[in-house]
Design a protein around this ligand. Structure first.
Ligand SMILES: NC(=O)c1ccc[n+]([C@@H]2O[C@H](COP(=O)([O-])OP(=O)(O)OC[C@H]3O[C@@H](n4cnc5c(N)ncnc54)[C@H](OP(=O)(O)O)[C@@H]3O)[C@@H](O)[C@H]2O)c1
Length: 292
């Protein structure tokens, strides 16, 4: 792939990480289809892409509707004549214990984070196979590698993003098309404010403070903290691996080591996480009992 002349389609490009990736790619003159539902924000992102030297194509599209997503891929190819990079970034979390999660929430979380992968990737790789090159980049999460409470559908969905990418890599063997799953930890975006069923953000402060207190009471050494990154930090890391055959990208320093520790010794690692999980549950129940 010629990294100096890229045509990309980014889902969830109206805010956060998706928007930041679009702006990064624009700096090197990329052609970029920006996909999301909020048209006004897409227009603003498109204007910024243009200012930075990119060629934007804003497309209003709900990634959970297969026909809309397929049309977005077709429109991109019709406009630019090719598609080098697909970034499946659109995603949303939720805020509910497993025993409280309504059916609709389970479905919505899987539709946006998982089903959409098929809707965008299938038409994209048909084009990439014709070209003999391309790169599909799927945004998972640390929650795609490790459990986290009150967000079970999201945790399961993001684990599915890892599995989808592994299957995709197997199917793309010998094709010249790369597939990568990205594992970010905390990023300062709208994500935690717009979780379905309530803002997950409300629990973070409580979990950190009360969890720290409980860890001291339980004599447990917490895991090393991970930095909160800006969306642009994640965009820079993703930009750096475009066109390369990297299977997994950890965007936060220290996060790969935590996953390796969890895989090597899950019970031991869970013991160090437990005070924070208990604090999360305590905070969740307080919020729910007060109608928050
Ligand atoms: N922020 C974090 O701490 C964090 C950590 C790990 C992983 N992630 C993952 O990173 C990705 C980007 O999240 P973010 O942090 O940038 O959050 P964000 O600012 O909330 O952005 C989410 C994007 O997804 C789009 N989207 C949601 N539902 C959609 C739908 N049905 N159709 C089309 N677009 C849809 C939103 O656009 P519209 O609302 O305009 O449609 C928005 O552009 C997500 O997959 C998220 O799960 C985030």
């Amino acid at each position: 792939m010629d990294r100096s002349r890229i045509t990309a389609l980014i889902t969830g490009a109206s805010s956060g990480i998706g928007r930041a990736i679009a702006l990064r790619l624009a700096e090197r003159g990329a052609e970029i289809a920006l996909v999301a539902r909020r048209g006004e924000l897409l227009e603003q992102a498109a204007a910024e892409v243009r200012e930075r030297g990119g060629t934007p194509l804003p497309i209003i599209c709900d990634v959970t509707i297969r026909t809309e997503m397929e049309m977005a891929v077709e429109e991109t190819i019709a406009r630019f004549g090719r598609l080098d990079v697909l970034i499946n970034n659109a995603g949303r979390g939720h805020f509910a214990l497993i025993e409280d999660t309504p059916e609709e929430q389970i479905e919505n979380i899987f539709r946006v984070n998982v089903f959409s992968l098929w809707y965008a990737t299938a038409p994209a790789i048909r084009q990439m196979r014709r070209q003999g090159s391309g790169h599909v980049i799927n945004i998972s999460s640390l929650a795609g590698k490790i459990g986290y409470p009150a967000n079970g559908a999201y945790v399961a969905a993001k684990h599915a993003v890892v599995g989808f990418t592994r299957a995709l890599r197997a199917e793309l063997a010998g094709s010249g098309i790369a597939a990568t799953v990205v594992i970010p930890s905390g990023v300062l975006t709208e994500w935690a404010e717009v979780t379905e069923g309530g803002a997950m953000m409300e629990i973070f402060g409580y979990e950190a403070e009360r969890g720290g207190e409980m860890a001291r009471e339980m004599g447990v050494e917490p895991l090393p903290g991970l930095p909160l990154l800006q969306a642009d930090d994640v965009a820079i890391a993703i930009d750096g691996i475009i066109g390369l055959g990297v299977p997994e990208l950890y965007t936060h320093p220290g996060s790969r080591e935590i996953v390796e520790m969890y895989e090597r010794d899950q019970p031991g690692t869970e013991r160090r996480l437990e005070p924070f999980w208990l604090a999360n549950r305590e905070g969740y129940l307080k919020l729910r009992n007060t109608g928050g």
